[in-house]
Design a protein around this ligand. Sequence first.
Ligand SMILES: Nc1ncnc2c1ncn2[C@@H]1O[C@H](COP(=O)(O)OP(=O)(O)OP(=O)(O)O)[C@@H](O)[C@H]1O
Ligand SMILES: Cc1cn([C@H]2C[C@H](O)[C@@H](COP(=O)(O)O)O2)c(=O)[nH]c1=O
Length: 209
Amino acid sequence: MAGYFFSFEGPDGAGKTTIIQLVEKFLTEQGFEVISTREPGGIEIAEKIRAVILNPEHKSMDARTEALLYAAARRQHLVERVVPALNEGKIVLCDRFIDSSLAYQGFARGLGIDEVLAINEFAINGCMPSLTVYFDLDPKIGLERINKNKLREINRLDMESFSFHYKVREGYLQLVKRFKDRIIQVDANRTIDEVFEETAKIIMQRIQS
Ligand SMILES: Nc1ncnc2c1ncn2[C@@H]1O[C@H](COP(=O)(O)OP(=O)(O)OP(=O)(O)O)[C@@H](O)[C@H]1O
Ligand SMILES: Cc1cn([C@H]2C[C@H](O)[C@@H](COP(=O)(O)O)O2)c(=O)[nH]c1=O
């Protein structure tokens, strides 16, 4: 595969979507062919799975069911959207990937990071991002940012307790230590311009190395 696969991670409201849009514009201006996409979703089947997972009415969803649905959406999105773009030499910017499952389902839901990694290894069959940017932010600030944006849907995961969201962050911080070569931590508690500049620098370094 000739392209570059970059994923972006962080607690809800950390600024992933905002920064991905800016990075996409920046890379396109530099002459690269870029697609940005998201998980769960990005293609029709995965968007349908997303609607099932995140429906606020689905309060009884079992944690393993949730983990399997995320992995299923990931698989379909990977084969339909990510791999073809990489084969065409494009840069793929993906809003969330496997680390979301490890932090949310593996750590915060308590299923176990290694257990959730195992089902995801089956799903992705070796296709990992070459670099993951983790936006670190106090979840309270992220949720405040989301609540200020009246247009954004409030989904089933947003409605989890503060302690759940704090565990998500703790899970991510464990992943940063465990996957040092792949995950780079960025302080997201700064202005959009500052976060963008650092992220663009990290990505350009990886492309040019
Ligand atoms: N550095 C920042 N400082 C202040 N506000 C920000 C910053 N980055 C993003 N925002 C605002 O916070 C809100 C959430 O941002 P965004 O949707 O990019 O986050 P996200 O990480 O993609 O969220 P989610 O995980 O819920 O999809 C938006 O209203 C956005 O304009
Ligand atoms: C991929 C993935 C996502 N999640 C959670 C994280 C968020 O709370 C929602 C997705 O909403 P967003 O607005 O697109 O960020 O789903 C998860 O728990 N596990 C995953 O694998």
